[in-house]
Write a protein that binds this ligand. Structure first.
Ligand SMILES: NC(=O)c1ccc[n+]([C@@H]2O[C@H](COP(=O)([O-])OP(=O)(O)OC[C@H]3O[C@@H](n4cnc5c(N)ncnc54)[C@H](O)[C@@H]3O)[C@@H](O)[C@H]2O)c1
Length: 301
């Protein structure tokens, strides 16, 4: 056991499996008191099983760490409030939340159903909003009553959200929304001592198992281990990350990076005549960098 997060109370949503499980284990190993939230659903968000959250709590207890299980559905308003309340009731406070829970319902736009759209937006975007909202209200109340916060919100976006990936208009829109949400929440909450950042991870978990990496060599698989994301999340949850807010990071076993946000590119004076737009916009596009590829790199022409 080390002490980088000694005594800090951290909620990790979706911490029963995959990346969130690694966050919970590393945070507890660094001395944090962790609320291990997981509804224990299937990859597409259906079903419920308390097992995964309890298993992670048991693993943490084995090495002498502190954690409690929470089985709430964070995509519901009540569930979001309840997980924040459990942290405060159990450990007497809250220092960080990591909004990590996620599901997938991939489909090409032309075939996507209303339910596939709503389910993904609800878990990712509304779930991130709900837990953040209840935690932020708690930190604002503390701040108003003269207490000091050293608090963190760490959200989970995706390369699909910030760079794009076909078949994921629902998921990519939710994840792009979470990146923007993080930047805006950072602006609002800094006055209360709350730093807000987001991580776009890449790892081999059940969400990505159909990428065809099952047959990859051991070196590739090791680079895709979800544990690679945990050091950044642990640092962001710790006091060491003070002053870092409103940023989107990328992490995997291959790299650690800062994703730079939208910037205004080539610009022309305003045009009042639609017949003049074609020439001007084509010149602007010729001067502009193309959108990146799905890995965040300049597209090869
Ligand atoms: N694996 C990757 O390469 C990758 C890439 C980009 C983004 N992400 C994001 O990272 C996060 C973690 O994904 P993972 O790959 O570890 O997936 P995972 O399926 O292994 O873990 C996600 C966990 O979230 C839980 N969960 C789902 N809905 C929930 C809800 N409503 N309430 C509480 N818990 C819920 C699930 O039960 C599951 O245990 C997700 O937000 C995902 O979108 C993952």
């Amino acid at each position: 056991m080390a002490d980088m997060c000694e005594g800090r109370v951290v909620v990790v949503t979706g911490a029963g499996r995959g990346i969130g499980r690694e966050y919970a284990l590393m945070l507890a190993g660094e001395g944090a008191k962790v609320v291990v939230n997981d509804v224990g659903g299937s990859r597409d968000g259906t079903g419920h099983d308390g097992g995964p959250a309890h298993d992670v709590v048991a693993e943490i207890a084995e090495f002498g760490g502190q954690a409690v299980a929470n089985g709430d559905d964070i995509s519901s308003w009540d569930g979001a409030g309840s997980v924040v309340k459990q942290a405060i009731d159990t450990y007497g406070g809250l220092d960080a939340i990591i909004n990590n829970a996620g599901i997938l319902r991939d489909r090409m736009l032309v075939n996507m159903t209303e339910e596939e759209w709503d389910a993904v937006i609800k878990v990712h975007l509304k779930g991130t909003f709900g837990v953040s909202r209840f935690a932020a209200a708690y930190w604002r109340e503390r701040s108003k009553s003269g207490e000091t916060n050293d608090a963190r919100i760490i959200n989970t976006t995706s390369p699909s959200g910030i760079y794009g990936n076909a078949g994921q208009t629902n998921y990519g829109a939710a994840k792009a929304g979470i990146a923007s949400f993080s930047i805006i929440a950072a602006m609002e909450l800094e006055r209360y001592g709350v730093m807000v950042n987001a991580i776009a991870p890449t790892a081999l978990t059940r969400l990505t198992e159909d990428l065809g990496l099952g047959g990859a060599d051991e070196k590739t698989k090791a680079a895709m281990d979800p544990r690679w994301i945990a050091p950044l999340a642990t640092w962001l949850a710790s006091s060491q990350s003070a002053g870092v807010t409103g940023r989107v990071f990328e992490a995997s076993g291959a790299y650690l990076a800062v994703a730079e946000s939208w910037h205004r590119g080539p610009t022309a004076p305003a045009i009042d005549d639609p017949t003049k737009v074609d020439e001007v916009v084509r010149k602007l596009l010729a001067d502009a960098r193309p959108n990146s590829d799905m890995f965040g790199n300049d597209k090869k022409s």
